[in-house]
Ligand binder design. Structure first.
Ligand SMILES: Cc1cc2nc3c(=O)[nH]c(=O)nc-3n(C[C@H](O)[C@H](O)[C@H](O)COP(=O)(O)OP(=O)(O)OC[C@H]3O[C@@H](n4cnc5c(N)ncnc54)[C@H](O)[C@@H]3O)c2cc1C
Length: 469
């Protein structure tokens, strides 16, 4: 295999890595993204609360607060360009005791002011009128009108698709195993033996970013996995905002919010663990979610759960986002320790990383023209026809599945098709539609799927970017 050369390689296809890739793709640069999983958004970015936080509670002066501030201005255009499912519902932090009210007054209102975020205290009557499910014991709440909800998978996929349409190479299912110094940059050796020499590398490897940094001798930070368990319910919960508790020292606390595709999400817990891969749910965790939400919404324990899942945050020893060139080798820029607000902060992180790359010597000239918007549909006209219904539970048509397979970041797993279309998510959990989806996959790609369940459909996962416009 000949060694490839690149101007910038981003390691990690979560929301942070893809936001950076999108930003870089607007410039005359030869760029690539390397993701060890078979799809983008397989890490923390796929299992979280999906809140676009304003940063009202971020520590003033921190890197995180700065990224969130930058992002506040960028999200409105991104939502439009990427057609991201979005609910601008606002949030309310509920005070259930005099002590919590004091904490809001003495800590959160001044903090929000310091960060330039609009907040407003409302009394009990107004709180309960907007959110009848909230406990009658509440004394009132702090409304944060700018908080919103989004679909983080959609955002991540869209960022990667825009970059691919601008010519970025997206390599999936092939992780970075080893890094060597090279006269022309850093040489990345991938799991399949492929070698890429890149002038600059961005480390956006989420929970594994410490291992990537260690490959160039940077042991300056550690990352601790912190699990968050969730319950999804389709009950009709009478709330119109994201209902937040007063945070604990460890996390933003256990909350309840609407979900962009319907239903309500309860959670998450904050459990430190050793295993970076452990995304299991436990009876103790689910009980902690229920008792946490119950303090805000007394009926919570009676809601029927349709699904339970967990995500894992990367808690950094530095206590803040790290966005800077590595002291071990300035050709690697770190975008690491992105803990609780990485979805919200990703557009701002991309701006900051781009600035750091330029400071490290990257010269970047804007392309004459480039794609900034996601087209509604991809592929040939006949693929966009509705055609027969393939997933009866969710009414997903042949046209929608063929369209998903025509996108710049095409799916290589049943899970990836599920996330792009909603197929297999219904009551039968794919028992009826998976065989039909496999037939469509073969029709589209000419490849007979080899491992037909959740796993890979085929082994060659590189998406070559098209010719830059
Ligand atoms: C329970 C919970 C709730 C949260 N709620 C919110 C919220 O409401 N709002 C919000 O803004 N944020 C929230 N977050 C935080 C947010 O999810 C994260 O900050 C964000 O997803 C981090 O993105 P990332 O791209 O850095 O990491 P990831 O999404 O984990 O991506 C890193 C990627 O790097 C890849 N990788 C690792 N090693 C290698 C390698 N050697 N080679 C190639 N690829 C590699 C991984 O496979 C992974 O896909 C929450 C997080 C959790 C866990």
């Amino acid at each position: 295999m000949p060694t490839k050369t690149k101007d910038v390689v981003v390691i990690g296809g979560g929301i942070v890595g893809t936001a950076i890739l999108r930003k870089l793709s607007f410039y005359r640069l030869d760029i690539a993204l390397i993701e060890k999983q078979p799809d983008v958004c397989e890490g923390a970015s796929k299992a979280n609360s999906g809140i676009i936080h304003t940063g009202f509670d971020a520590k003033p002066g921190s890197v995180e607060a700065e990224c969130l501030k930058l992002s506040r201005d960028l999200w409105p255009q991104l939502i439009e360009d990427c057609k991201i499912p979005y609910i601008p519902c606002g949030a309310v932090m509920v005070a259930t005791s005099e002590e919590e009210k004091q904490i809001i007054e003495n800590t959160y209102i001044p903090n929000a002011e310091a960060n330039g975020v609009e907040v407003e205290w409302i009394g009990k009557d107004e709180l309960l009128e907007m959110n009848p499910a909230v406990t009658p014991n509440a004394l009132g709440g702090l409304v944060v009108p700018g908080e919103a909800l989004c679909d983080p998978f959609w955002a991540t996929r869209s960022f990667a698709e825009i970059a691919a349409m601008n010519g970025a190479e997206v390599i999936l299912g092939n992780g970075v195993r080893h890094i060597e110094r090279h006269p022309e940059g850093l040489k990345l050796i991938l799991a399949d033996g492929q070698e890429i020499v890149s002038r600059y590398v961005v480390n956006a490897a989420g929970l594994w970013a410490d291992e990537i940094a260690a490959m160039i001798g940077d042991n300056s930070f550690t990352l601790t996995p912190r699990k968050g368990q969730f319950i999804l319910t389709e009950e009709q919960v009478p709330i119109s905002q994201i209902i937040l508790p007063v945070p604990t020292r460890k996390s933003k606390g256990i909350l309840i919010s609407p979900v962009v595709f319907g239903g309500f999400l309860l959670g998450p817990t904050a459990e430190d663990q050793e295993d970076k891969w452990d995304r299991s749910t436990t009876p103790e965790g689910i009980e902690a979610v229920l008792s946490g939400v119950e303090k805000l919404i007394p009926e919570a324990r009676n809601y029927e759960s349709i699904r339970q899942f967990a995500g894992v945050r990367a808690v950094c020893s530095e206590g803040d986002f790290i966005i800077r060139p590595s002291a071990a080798d300035r050709r690697m820029v770190l975008a690491v320790g992105i803990r609780s607000t990485g979805v919200s902060a990703s557009p701002g992180i991309a701006e900051m990383v781009f600035g750091q790359l330029q400071e490290a010597g990257l010269e970047a000239e804007l392309r004459d023209s480039y794609v900034t918007e996601i087209p509604e549909l991809f592929g040939e006209a006949n693929e966009q026809e509705v055609g027969e219904i393939v997933c009866l539970c969710r009414s997903i048509s042949r046209g929608e599945i063929m369209n998903a397979m025509s996108r710049p970041i095409a799916p290589f797993t049943i899970d990836a098709i599920k996330r792009r279309t909603g197929a297999t998510l219904g009551e039968c959990q794919g028992n009826c539609c998976i065989p039909k989806i496999l037939d469509l996959y073969e029709e589209k790609t000419g490849v007979k799927p080899s491992q037909p369940l959740k796993g890979l459909l085929q082994s060659n996962l590189a998406h070559q970017g098209g010719t830059p416009t």
